[in-house]
Design a binder for this molecule. Structure first.
Ligand SMILES: [Ca+2]
Length: 136
């Protein structure tokens, strides 16, 4: 926190999700633990690799959780191709970790955008509305 003090004025209003995402992304070793747990949950046949069907399943779940459109078959192929660094048509734990980090980064970015919009609106309304009105 001390390091951040000088730039705190503009960024005080952060959602819990935004804080959580920032904390998570700063702790890659913990992401690895969570990633491995998630991997094991997704690796339905216990092969230690995620085949396309398993990848499809987790992408649908993530899309559902994030309330975005479900992935198409083309999306799944594209992600598999992108993640599958050694081109064996399946995703290893290391390759999966890269996916988790990407998803967290995307969430952080969209949360930051949302937060910036909210902060702007609070700033605008605080100007004329006498301040006290914005309480939980
Ligand atoms: Ca598998």
């Amino acid at each position: 926190m001390k390091l951040l003090n000088s730039k705190m004025q503009g960024v005080e209003r952060k959602s819990n999700l935004l804080r959580t995402l920032e904390i998570i992304l700063a702790q890659q070793d913990k992401i690895k633990i969570v990633s491995d747990l998630a991997f094991d949950a997704v690796d339905l046949d216990g092969s230690n690799f995620l085949e396309k069907a398993e990848l499809s399943e987790v992408m649908r779940q993530v899309a559902h959780e994030m309330k975005v459109k479900p992935p198409t078959d083309g999306d799944i192929d594209a992600v598999l191709k992108e993640l599958d660094e050694n081109t064996d048509d399946k995703v290893s734990k290391e390759e999966f970790l890269a996916l988790i980090v990407q998803v967290l980064r995307k969430m952080l970015e969209s949360e930051e955008d949302l937060q910036a919009t909210i902060n702007q609106q609070i700033t605008n309304s605080a100007g004329g509305a006498g301040g006290q009105g914005y309480k939980k």
